[in-house]
Design a protein around this ligand. Structure first.
Ligand code: ATP
Ligand code: LTN
Length: 333
């Protein structure tokens, strides 16, 4: 019997993957492939909770798959698929929405952030029920562990609550999952506002580094990253910008904060920013090269997502059948 634990995660194809997504999530996924049963999605159903251009979205979904492969996800070890190709995600989401409370969904900080300054009349319901779909993604595969950045912790809590609530009301059904949040890089912040999360859908392209940015672009963006008016490379009050760059360097080199403070003692921000850019460029250059190779090979990409959807659907259909029985629906003949 397969005793490996199950891992599931996903990224929204809502822009180009940033180093925040890479450090906070995707890079850790690759390391888990050896020891776990891994399923990694491109969450296209989630992406449409904010307005998307359909032509661009389709293109971006394929680019994301090429990026997953370029970052080291291996389809012979992990199941890679598009969320919309497995219809049970939407079905389980509906079932779970009937045991979700308005109050708990209203408390989700991502919902509050994304609807800030908007009138109720203009807020899409999908943004509100977004975390229920995420819970469905996870519970459908009985995932044990979910590797994400810190911003998703609250959604994981909700998923655990929904799993427990369902189990309590209808009898044992779902594994209650645990979040897996990295110690360093769980929240990389914006280069233009160090108090804000780095986000791929930010309108200001200088606020994020995408994993396929060219070396000169990476260097330029780091050079103009917002810091404080001081000159010492160390952590401290009001030094969030520098601390963010230190986290990036630490994540890309394995150096501790103390190592970095020691190495840059007496040197200015200019030298430090160039060094941060250099270590990011070193790691991302092969990723970018592999990405363009995969992108050219459409047949291969198609074979990957077709097989991924088949494998995922097999598990998802078994779960939804059990869920429907528990809920009291008549078996489909
Ligand atoms: P969007 O801008 O469309 O909201 P995003 O860039 O915030 O997207 P998501 O697709 O929401 O990214 O997140 C994918 C994964 O990357 C999640 O696990 C999330 O926690 C992680 N992640 C996103 N941004 C960061 C960040 N700045 N630092 C660390 N992890 C991050
Ligand atoms: N909401 C997540 C993306 C996501 C996800 C998931 C992550 C959708 N479904 C299931 C882990 C497991 C985000 O990062 N915005």
């Amino acid at each position: 019997m397969d005793k490996k634990k199950t891992i599931l995660s996903g990224v929204q194809p809502s822009g180009v993957m940033t180093i925040g997504n890479y450090i906070g999530a995707v890079r850790n996924w690759t390391q888990m492939q050896e020891d776990y049963n891994c399923l990694y999605m491109i969450v296209d159903l989630h992406a449409i909770t904010v307005r998307q251009d359909p032509v661009k979205l389709r293109q971006r979904c394929m680019e994301f798959l090429a990026l997953y492969l370029a970052c080291g996800l291996d389809p012979s070890k992990s199941t890679l698929f598009f969320q919309s190709h497995v219809h049970q995600h939407a079905e389980l989401s509906w079932a779970l929405s009937t045991i979700s409370y308005m109050g708990e969904l209203s408390r989700m900080t991502q919902f509050k952030d994304k609807t800030k300054n908007k009138q109720d009349a203009n807020i899409g319901v999908g943004l509100f029920t977004y975390p229920v779909l995420m819970a469905a993604d996870i519970l459908l595969y009985q995932a044990d562990l979910v590797p994400v950045g810190i911003d998703q912790k609250q959604h994981l809590e909700l998923t655990r609550n929904l799993a427990e609530r369902f189990n309590h009301q209808f009898g044992d059904m779902f594994t209650v999952p645990e979040p897996y949040i990295p110690k360093i890089g769980a929240k990389i912040t914006s280069l233009s506002d160090p108090l804000k999360k780095m986000s791929k859908s930010d309108e200001n392209v200088n606020s994020f580094i995408s994993v396929i940015d060219e070396p000169d672009v990476i260097l330029r963006k780091f050079k103009r990253a917002v810091t404080d008016s001081g000159s010492e490379v160390k952590r401290g009050e009001g030094k969030e910008g520098i601390e963010n760059l230190m986290s990036i360097m630490s994540a890309f080199t394995g150096k501790t904060f103390e190592d970095i403070e020691g190495e840059f003692q007496g040197k200015g921000y200019g030298d430090f920013k160039c060094a941060v850019a250099e270590c990011v460029i070193d790691e991302l250059t092969p990723v970018r090269e592999r990405y363009y190779d995969y992108l050219k090979n459409k047949d291969y990409l198609q074979s990957v997502y077709k097989e991924g959807a088949e494998r995922a659907s097999y598990i998802a259909s078994k779960t939804i059948k059990k869920v429907y029985r528990k809920l009291g629906f008549v078996d489909k003949l």
